[in-house]
Design a protein around this ligand. Structure first.
Ligand SMILES: [Zn+2]
Length: 272
């Protein structure tokens, strides 16, 4: 999955650090990232590759190499702004993870300029990843939206769904609401989207998905009693049962997402 970058090591402990010429620059423009495509994959720029002052916000390190967020970097020296999502499938994979995670923080920083309570400009905390209001003391932490991915099975079948404006067949998914557990989210989302009751809800794995500021928790569960699907057409275009044999899904479908891994594990009968 996107975060599986072993043997490389991700370190997001909070530090205040100034950049050197050998450190990486993460630059974004909306949902595009500053990158150079090469014959072997992608290259994330270093400060020395760009005509930039040595300034930026330290975000994290991979293998002790620091990544800094720099706002409004002009395109230059072969580095240009390219769509973010495809970068997560490129080589080396740790750059894809760095871009997705850097984007999560970029999106938070750009949307949290002023205090939501009193309107004063926020300043960075000196002790943790946060922004603080110098006037009223509000502390703003990076926003992370928890969501669940749900693989609902019934005997040798799995429920696949298609959301409007998406070509791919995926699993049911939804955001956690205030006041509920992740398991309750699973049961509620399945009922709301397809009108079915579930049982035997089992946690599988989680995944940071910085492109949309999520952390995803994957669950397998089983149909509680046989009923017709009642589709919520505001949310879904289609939902249907498909048997393991009918499901065309192989390693080539693994795209770094938790969803693809969960469907693949059902296909090879390794999900129990
Ligand atoms: Zn304030």
């Amino acid at each position: 999955m996107i975060q599986d970058i072993s043997p490389h090591k991700f370190d997001n402990s909070f530090k205040i650090q100034t950049p050197s010429k050998e450190d990486h620059v993460l630059g974004f423009q909306d949902k595009n990232a500053l990158v150079r495509y090469t014959d072997t994959g992608i290259q994330c720029p270093l400060f020395k590759d760009l005509d930039l002052p040595l300034e930026g916000t330290y975000l994290f390190s991979i293998d002790h190499k620091a990544y800094f967020l720099v706002m409004e970097v002009p395109e230059q020296n072969g580095f240009s702004y390219c769509p973010l999502r495809p970068l997560t499938k490129e080589s080396p994979n740790y750059f894809g993870f760095a871009y997705a995670t850097g984007f999560h923080l970029y999106d938070w920083y750009r949307n949290r300029t002023f205090c939501g309570r009193c309107g004063t400009k926020l300043i960075p905390s000196t002790s943790e990843r946060a922004l603080v209001c110098p006037h009223c003391g509000v502390t703003e932490y990076p926003r992370i939206f928890p969501a669940v991915i749900i693989a609902l099975t019934h005997k040798d079948k799995i429920l696949l769904a298609q959301y409007p404006h998406m070509k791919k067949q995926v699993l049911l998914a939804g955001f956690v609401e205030i006041g509920e557990t992740l398991e309750e989210t699973v049961a509620r989302e399945v009922y709301e989207e397809v009108g079915l009751n579930v049982k035997n809800i089992r946690y599988y794995k989680s995944q940071p998905w910085g492109i949309v500021s999520d952390v995803l928790a994957g669950f397998y569960c089983e149909l509680d009693s046989e009923k017709e699907i009642r589709l919520d057409t505001n949310e879904l275009q289609r939902a249907y049962w498909i048997s393991r044999n009918e499901l065309c899904y192989g390693k080539e479908n693994l795209d770094g997402s938790l969803t693809s891994e969960m469907i693949y594990r059902f296909k090879i009968d390794a999900y129990k």
